[in-house]
Design a protein around this ligand. Structure first.
Ligand code: NAD
Length: 262
């Protein structure tokens, strides 16, 4: 049964996504903002989280560790910090992207003891688009190229979402992404039969755009997702937090949260 109020703490509360989740939690009566974690030694330590995030006084201070009362953590930091914070051993929604294979293995190991939602993209639209891309890729059998654009400060490339969509396209045609992915092209690089090209653009303030293009001989099909505001990710993160608060230990994705079948 879903409880009336879910008590969350935001880890990475001073960041772009962290602040968006702080504001979204403060605005939603079905959540209680129990705390917000900032980097050890950060100037924001002790600040009011609402004021830090441009919401107005919230009466909850930024801390170096999540308070006892937080039943669920929502993490948007760096891959290193996200793995380090697994030691909190609390139900957690991890939105951080760019985790290495070794770091993902650590998340999988931790999920044997606590429920974890790992979601490189929290938007409902992208997670439904994933299903569409898998279907189109399998049925059309066309050449697939993925182009993503993000703001100038994004550190990992290609985006976690581009990889999620590329994996769906590979899955749709029964191949492994690692065997068919080509990241950008330079010099002599003729296209191979099953190749999935992935390209990253960076600049300005783009919240996030993903285009998946299926090139046939006589037609082209293109699907586009544009995130217009970080609020769409924050809303998904809160939805995932409510899910993970009552879930059994295990590793979950947004598909589990949204109830989207495979
Ligand atoms: P950001 O740089 O604005 O914020 C990251 C924050 O984490 C910073 O404030 C930093 O001080 C903090 N941090 C780093 N180490 C920490 C630690 N040990 N303890 C506490 N805080 C720590 O970045 P951002 O744009 O908010 O993105 C954060 C992550 O979320 C990135 O990996 C990004 O790709 C990802 N992201 C995911 C989604 C999604 O839907 N899953 C959406 C947008 C961004």
């Amino acid at each position: 049964m879903t409880r009336a109020v879910t008590r969350v703490a935001v880890v990475g509360a001073a960041g772009r996504m962290g602040c968006e989740v702080v504001r979204a939690a403060l605005e939603d009566e079905s959540f209680e903002l129990a705390g917000g974690v900032v980097e050890p030694g950060a100037p924001e330590l002790g600040s009011d989280l609402g004021e830090l995030c441009g919401y107005g006084k919230a009466g909850v201070a930024a801390s170096a560790d999540p308070p006892e009362g937080a039943e669920t953590l929502i993490e948007f930091t760096t891959p290193e910090a996200s793995v380090e914070h697994l030691s909190y051993r609390r139900p957690v929604v991890i939105g951080t992207t760019g985790l290495s294979e070794a770091q993902l293995a650590e998340v999988e190991e931790a999920a044997k003891g606590v429920p974890i939602v790992l979601a490189p993209n929290m938007s409902v639209g992208v997670n439904l688009l994933r299903e569409v891309v898998r279907e189109l890729s399998g049925r059309l059998g066309y050449d697939v190229e993925i182009v993503e654009s993000h703001h100038r400060n994004k550190v990992d490339a290609p985006s976690g979402t581009a990889l999620l969509l590329a994996r769906a396209a590979a899955e749709g045609r029964g191949s492994e992404l690692d065997e068919v992915a080509v990241y950008g092209r330079e010099g002599r690089s003729p296209r191979q039969e099953d190749e999935i090209g992935i390209h990253a653009l960076r600049g300005g303030a783009v919240v996030g755009e993903h285009r998946v293009i299926f090139y046939g001989q006589g037609e082209e099909v293109e699907v586009i997702h544009r995130a217009l505001s970080r609020r769409t990710f924050a809303a998904g993160a809160l939805r995932a937090a409510r899910f993970v608060a009552t879930a059994e230990p295990g590793l979950y994705s947004m598909r589990d949260v949204l109830g989207v079948s495979r």
